[in-house]
Design a protein. Sequence first.
Length: 183
Amino acid sequence: MDLKLNSHSKILIVGTSGSGKSTLARRLSKKFNLIDIELDALFWKPNWTETPQNIFREDILNAIAQGDGFVIHGNYNKVRDITWANSEIVIWLDYPKWLVMWRVSKRSILRLIKNEVLWSGNQETFQKTFLSKSSIILWAWNTYALRRQQYLELIKAPEFEHLKVIHITNPNEIDRLIFSQIT
């Protein structure tokens, strides 16, 4: 694979919740001085309030316009026409369900223990994480197969044939497929 990332690269990282999108995005952003566009940070307002769709879309476009290169991470289907269309490379983190569930559970527990503050001052709570129908763990479980099917179809869709797709099925492949290719 001939992958030449630089400060002008336009990268989108997708994958189910807990797959490591943000971790990889931060790594790429730091290495190549790319604008880090975390869709969750743009979407979630205080008290887990959702940003209205028109403002969310505008915020994404404004973030993209801030420089020559970026790394977007997130799965928001309603803005795919912006995120996928403006990217050159899609990195799909497609890990086994057991690994994703382990990661999202571990991450949630650590966030609870550390009282980690997320976007707009939001925090995960025991109630929301483990006892709610909107639990991120339940969300990851219930959307895993759907996301996988969506991405299998999207990477073959004619409107996205301009994209170079890097399909990663094992976290150990990240350094080999992405960082070892850098010249």
